[in-house]
Ligand binder design. Structure first.
Ligand code: DON
Length: 306
């Protein structure tokens, strides 16, 4: 039986068709440049356990910066508010890979979702986990009940071979005393986390605890306290789309995290989570069709009105 959610997804699927070809697939990581651009998937997981999907919602894609959301959650669980000694919580207003603020701000990145901040998060986790890739995979496998979930070796190597700017940032922060491990080791872990492959349905499921006061529905695990989940959502709203965060808040108004693989995971508190994927990006490195699809979903559903 079709529900109104199915109808909204079908409408959005129709509406995005003329938008293919208007953005550009990320090409700074050679392995990502080969992804077929004309793909679109969208999945919704509701806190009451219902789920919905349209298009390529079951196709695996490179989650890229969406991994920063999950590594940040793991680091918060590990060291709590001590994390704010090493990272700020303000929007940067700059590109995701910008390093201009680091010099005047003493090697403290503006927030955990720009690359500099995510590298510090991975540095924190590298101190604790001998095999961070497995710790992250185990968490994501638990949240999605998908034992086969993995990272893609070719994508990780391709990014690692071209990670000059991230490496420079890591060394720069080390010069300020804000980096503990060797930048090489942290970059290995960072490139693996970015190369994790998941589908829209899996990502919507993995993030559902953020819509549900920190409690994961499938596993029954209290991933974060309700207070911590609310705070993660606040950071996602203000910093999750980099220098497009203000525009995204205006158009969509949800806590969300984007990735250059073309995925976006969004949280609708107390209702559910949405993941949309389409590989072509806009000028700021966020999925062009993904942003449109989320904006339309919010218009059609009326969810999230304050
Ligand atoms: O650090 C990088 O360059 C990437 N692997 C991740 C960047 C990313 O996904 C930015 N998001 N829009």
């Amino acid at each position: 039986m079709s529900t109104s959610v199915d109808l909204w997804l079908a409408t959005i699927f129709e509406e995005v068709q003329p938008l293919f070809g208007k953005g550009r697939v990320a090409d700074y990581i050679p392995a990502l440049a080969r992804v077929e651009p004309n793909q679109f998937g969208m999945a919704i997981a509701m806190v009451d356990g219902r789920h919905y999907a349209v298009g390529d919602a079951h196709v695996l894609f490179s989650i890229q910066s969406i991994s920063k959301l999950f590594t940040f959650v793991l680091a918060l669980k590990l060291i709590g508010d001590d994390i704010w000694q090493r990272i700020g919580r303000e929007p940067s207003g700059n590109a995701f890979n910008s390093m201009v603020q680091l010099e005047t701000e003493h090697g403290i990145p503006r927030n955990p979702f720009i690359n500099a901040g995510a590298l510090v998060v991975t540095d924190i986790l590298t101190q604790r986990y001998a095999h961070l890739d497995l710790a992250l995979l185990n968490f994501l496998r638990r949240m999605t009940d998908s034992p086969d979930l993995n990272w893609n070796k070719e994508v990780a190597k391709s990014e690692r071979d071209t990670a000059h700017r991230n490496m420079a940032m890591a060394y720069f922060m080390k010069s300020f005393g804000n980096f503990v491990n060797s930048p090489e080791l942290v970059l290995d872990n960072y490139c693996r986390q970015c190369a994790t492959e998941m589908s829209c349905t899996q990502l919507a499921q993995a993030a559902i605890f953020l819509a549900n006061d920190g409690l994961d529905i499938g596993s029954g695990e209290q991933v974060l306290t309700s207070e911590a989940a609310r705070r993660v959502n606040a950071l996602l709203l203000t910093c999750g789309a980099y220098d497009a965060a203000g525009d995204y808040a205006y158009r969509i108004g949800l806590p969300l995290k984007t990735g250059v693989g073309g995925g976006i995971v969004a949280v609708i508190p107390n209702i559910g989570t949405v993941c949309v994927w389409s590989p072509e990006l806009d000028a700021k490195g966020n999925s062009l069709i993904g942003g449109y699809a989320l904006e339309r979903l919010m218009q059609l559903s009326g969810w999230g009105r304050m």
